[in-house]
Design a protein around this ligand. Structure first.
Ligand code: ADP
Ligand code: MG
Length: 342
């Protein structure tokens, strides 16, 4: 498969490595749910990209926004603000009609959830074929691909069985087959192995590896499983609706503080994990300096930020004479440091 595309621009030819062009791009997603008068901010500005053939897992505690995020990237839930780009759809999906999204998703994403089910009155093979017709795949391709998938996913001898006679793992393989009939670019899932026992879940995770490696399909799934931690190319850790950090593979889910890589977001913000702040007594203000190309944040405590003997201080930013003991100027909100005292 060629990994370069050449674009002619005047006399120049521009060569682009297509493996470096993201297939999925999420920009500053905010999602607020409103239930009556109660508002829940499930996502508070999430941005990331997925590259072709990448294996990305999303982890995070319950309520951190994982389900909301995968539902948004799969085009099933609209964010309150932010953008989502899919390969081959030349516009932001949050600005696309439902019809456009459904049409584009057929080729782009295979979506699998924990409770993905087969139609109970149809056999495994009939379920896969029906999914192909529903997605408007050509009949001869459906036939060829159904046979291939039944073998590839290890359920050839179950093809004439109905859902109620299959084991949990076999049912999951069949559900995966229905999502692969369109030969998607990416598989998106929300805890797809969450309802399986440990051994069966492990086998299904092996299958995701095989789908990724042999069919070249990117993977973006939410999981709680420690097993995935050793399988991913990259792991995104969500917490309270933001990306708390990223991890490369081979992590221990119980020791995330040791492997976390913090990223500056599009607004130049850096989220410092709560557990780390707690270790140094939750400081709220820091001085910032650069030492040997390292950024050094030093907590500023009450005593060095505010001198009790000084009855009033002048704000360096707006000139206000600050008479309260606050660390912030009551006129403009700027931090009042010792430097700004007269
Ligand atoms: N449909 C909804 N209506 C109102 N609040 C919701 C809805 N779905 C999720 N939430 C809230 O949004 C937050 C994130 O939820 P969710 O995305 O399900 O997190 P996770 O999958 O990480 O457990 C939670 O506080 C949850 O209660
Ligand atoms: Mg969830």
């Amino acid at each position: 498969m060629p990994s370069d595309i050449n674009i002619q621009s005047g006399d120049e030819t521009l060569s682009i490595d297509i493996e470096s062009i993201p297939i999925l791009e999420v920009e500053d997603i905010i999602k607020i749910y409103k239930t009556g008068k109660i508002e829940t901010q499930a996502l508070r500005g999430v941005s990331f990209k997925v590259l072709p053939r990448e294996k990305l897992f999303l982890i995070g505690p319950s309520g951190s926004g994982k389900t909301t995020l995968v539902s948004i990237i799969a085009g099933m839930v609209k964010p309150s603000s932010g953008k989502v780009f899919w390969k081959d759809l030349a516009k932001d999906i949050t600005r696309s009609s439902l019809e456009e999204i459904i049409k584009a998703r057929r080729n782009f994403a295979g979506v699998i959830f924990q409770d993905s089910r087969l139609l109970p009155h149809l056999t495994v093979e009939e379920n896969i074929v029906l999914a192909g017709h529903y997605a408007k795949v050509q009949s001869h391709i459906i036939e060829e691909r159904t046979e291939f998938l039944l073998q590839f996913l290890g359920i050839w001898d179950k093809r004439n069985k109905k859902q109620n006679t299959l084991s949990g793992g076999e049912r999951k393989r069949a559900a995966i087959a229905t999502t692969l009939i369109t030969n998607p670019t990416i598989m998106i899932g929300d805890e797809p192995t969450g309802d399986l026992d440990v051994v069966t879940a492990e086998n299904i995770l092996d299958l995701f590896d095989k789908i990724n490696e042999e069919l070249g399909i990117a993977i973006c799934i939410v999981t709680h499983s420690q097993q995935v931690a050793t399988r991913a190319d990259r792991i995104l850790e969500l917490k309270d609706g933001i990306v708390q950090g990223q991890h490369s593979s081979k992590i221990q889910l119980r020791k995330l503080d040791k492997s976390r890589i913090l990223s500056v977001d599009r607004q130049n913000r850096l989220a410092i994990p709560k557990s780390i702040l707690q270790e140094i007594d939750n400081p709220k203000n820091f001085s910032i300096s650069i030492e040997n190309k390292n950024i050094v944040l030093k907590p500023i405590t009450y005593t060095n930020l505010f001198n009790k003997n000084t009855p009033a201080r002048t704000c360096r930013i707006c000139g206000n004479l600050e008479k309260t003991k606050s660390n912030f100027c009551s006129n403009c909100g700027a931090v009042i440091t010792q430097d700004s005292e007269n």
